[in-house]
Ligand binder design. Structure first.
Ligand SMILES: *Cc1c(COP(=O)(O)O)cnc(C)c1O
Length: 366
């Protein structure tokens, strides 16, 4: 068949291992997954209550325009309804943006390491990928700006960055945006925005008015604890949204997912509580890294990326035998590192105890 040439040897996205698979493989009863940056506390109890008490008619198509959710998000952010595009997770929005803007002959600029879907989608469209190495886990924004040329269509900026956790302070972000030509779309992926506590970070919403070529991406999958429902969205100027909308599949969010996302958004006390708990959990990991002299990147997310000074695939396997799933840095572009989702206090404590004994076994420290 006449496949696109670039599909030769291409692999599907490899997610963190599912709990059930690890239970089966290692004969374990309890397995704790700290691999995919899901909220360890789950979603708002208001969502759980709603799901127990509301039945929907499963024969009907959902509202393709997601009107109720759209109104809720627009009111929450103080933007127009026409400034929003909803996706089946922000993964869907990334694919929509790519499909709308990339084709052979144009290029797309991004950090390395960063979220793999940016280059994966660009490659499917046959566009050139320009990966600019991070410095100390942070986007090298000067080098990224310098990599932009006449053929550049999209620049991906992930803040805070996955997998490093590093957020871009407001002044750096603005200095960068001022350098980007206004016909290049800057996608600012903010999947972890709810966890940011960095004092140099400011509200990014005003940027879409100051720089109309900026599109923000947010999701209900991380802090909102609704990864299984697949809801993400873009915020931008109405004309940018209007160009992207025809590329979207007609019914890309379900009735239930639209309903629960709106409810989750209304419970900001819950988000605040999760952010506070995350700050405490973060400290458990930082204390561990400092005690054992392990290098870590400063994180403004619910995960931490740190150097274990050992083969990260081996440490990943050893932790899995003990019932913990993390991500090996080898798969994420920095071998020797592991990325761990910050869990509940007791999950963190248990993981760090096991990690300590694994690293002793590996001869990393005595
Ligand atoms: C998890 C993640 C996403 C995808 O989230 P979904 O909304 O579940 O598709 C996008 N970008 C980054 C940086 C992420 O970490």
């Amino acid at each position: 068949m006449k496949w696109k040439q670039q599909l030769d040897g291409m692999q599907a996205y490899k997610p963190g291992k599912p709990i059930e698979e690890v239970q089966r493989e290692y004969g374990l009863k309890e397995v704790i997954k700290l691999a995919s940056n899901e909220n360890p506390f789950g979603c708002s109890p208001k969502v759980t209550a709603y799901l127990q008490n509301n039945a929907v008619n499963h024969a009907l198509y959902p509202d393709g325009y997601a009107q109720n959710l759209r109104t809720a998000v627009a009111n929450f952010l103080g933007v127009k309804e026409t400034q929003l595009l909803f996706g089946n997770g922000s993964d869907d929005i990334i694919a929509i943006i790519t499909r709308a803007l990339l084709y052979p002959g144009v290029n797309s600029v991004m950090a390395d390491p960063s979220f793999s879907q940016y280059w994966h989608n660009a490659e499917i469209e046959g566009a050139e990928v320009r990966k600019i190495p991070c410095m100390e886990g942070a986007h090298d924004l000067d080098a990224m700006a310098a990599a932009i040329d006449e053929q550049t269509s999209i620049v991906w900026v992930c803040s805070p960055n996955n997998p490093t956790g590093v957020v871009i302070p407001d002044t750096d972000l603005r200095a960068f945006l001022a350098k980007v030509p206004n016909d290049v779309l800057v996608v600012l992926d903010e999947a972890y925005i709810e966890y940011v506590t960095h004092p140099g970070h400011k509200d990014t919403l005003p940027l879409i008015n100051e720089y109309p070529n900026v599109l923000l991406l947010r999701t209900f999958s991380k802090a909102y604890g609704l990864a299984s429902f697949r809801v993400g969205y873009a915020i931008g100027q109405p004309d940018v949204i209007a160009k992207l909308d025809p590329v979207r599949a007609p019914f890309n969010n379900t009735i239930l997912s639209q309903a629960v996302a709106a409810i989750a958004l209304s419970d900001q006390d819950y988000i605040q509580a999760c952010r506070d708990a995350n700050e405490k959990g973060k400290k458990q990991y930082i204390d561990f890294c400092e005690k054992h002299n392990l290098k870590y990147f400063p994180t403004d997310t619910n995960f931490i990326f740190f150097n274990i000074n050992a083969d990260s695939d081996v440490v990943f396997q050893e932790l899995m035998k003990r019932g913990f799933i993390v991500r090996s840095g080898k798969a994420l572009g920095l071998p020797g590192f592991i990325r761990v989702t910050i869990g509940t206090e007791s999950q963190n404590e248990a993981l760090l105890n096991h990690l300590e004994s694994v690293l002793k076994e590996q001869g990393v420290f005595a």
